[in-house]
Design a protein around this ligand. Structure first.
Ligand SMILES: [Fe+2]
Length: 205
């Protein structure tokens, strides 16, 4: 296993370890960080063109991870769960994720998935939901986030955004791209999200 993947995992862990938040601290403590590596062929995506700007925008505590990922983008396996049929071609050109660990990422973990998601500027990631509980920490600010029936709010880099199981959520980038760190637990870790707001059928007979 080349040391780049070990370093990726270390930097990801280090980034989470400096987040001052109880939910994140509990999650970091629960994760078994000694994970087996999974050999994967690299795969590039169009959205990787935003990585240099993302590394510039990332604040000091997120910059080591953002810069490392930008420098090693061509050695990593980037993925997409959606296709152009879901949100259009513009979305697919601007969106992608890197699973650091999980059921398909660079390290094997069947309990929790962790990675990074990229969205280019002026992109709407419409309402969607999934069974897994999710923590997001944006590494760049300026994106608007919405959860449940709420309205969109701009979130700064380093804020902690928690989506409980099956709560719908959406993101809307502004003039700058987004990179956000994510953790998924408690559901199928490679499940494609269900598009559209969550419809609560309880109490409707
Ligand atoms: Fe999500």
């Amino acid at each position: 296993m080349p040391p780049i993947f070990e370093e990726l995992l270390e930097r990801f862990h280090a980034n989470l370890a400096c987040v001052d938040n109880d939910l994140v601290a509990d999650e970091v403590a629960r994760i078994g960080w000694d994970m087996p590596a999974r050999p994967l062929e690299p795969r590039a995506l169009a959205c990787l063109g935003h990585l240099d700007r993302i590394a510039e925008l990332a604040p000091a505590d997120a910059k080591p991870l953002a810069r490392f990922v930008a420098d090693h983008r061509d050695e990593l396996r980037w993925g997409q769960t959606y296709s152009a049929a879901d949100f259009g071609h513009g979305f697919i050109e601007s969106y992608g994720w890197l699973e650091v660990f999980g059921t398909r990422g660079h390290f094997v973990n069947g309990e929790v998935a962790g990675g990074l998601v990229i969205l280019g500027p002026n992109i709407v990631y419409p309402d969607h939901h999934h069974i897994a509980e999710e923590i997001y920490i944006p590494l760049t600010g300026g994106t608007e986030w919405r959860m449940g029936e709420g309205s969109f709010h701009v979130r700064d880099a380093g804020e902690v955004i928690h989506h409980a199981s099956n709560v719908s959520h959406a993101m809307r980038t502004g003039k700058e791209p987004l990179m956000a760190l994510y953790l998924w637990r408690g559901g199928p870790l490679a499940q494609k999200s269900t598009i559209g707001p969550m419809i609560d059928l309880r109490g409707r007979g």
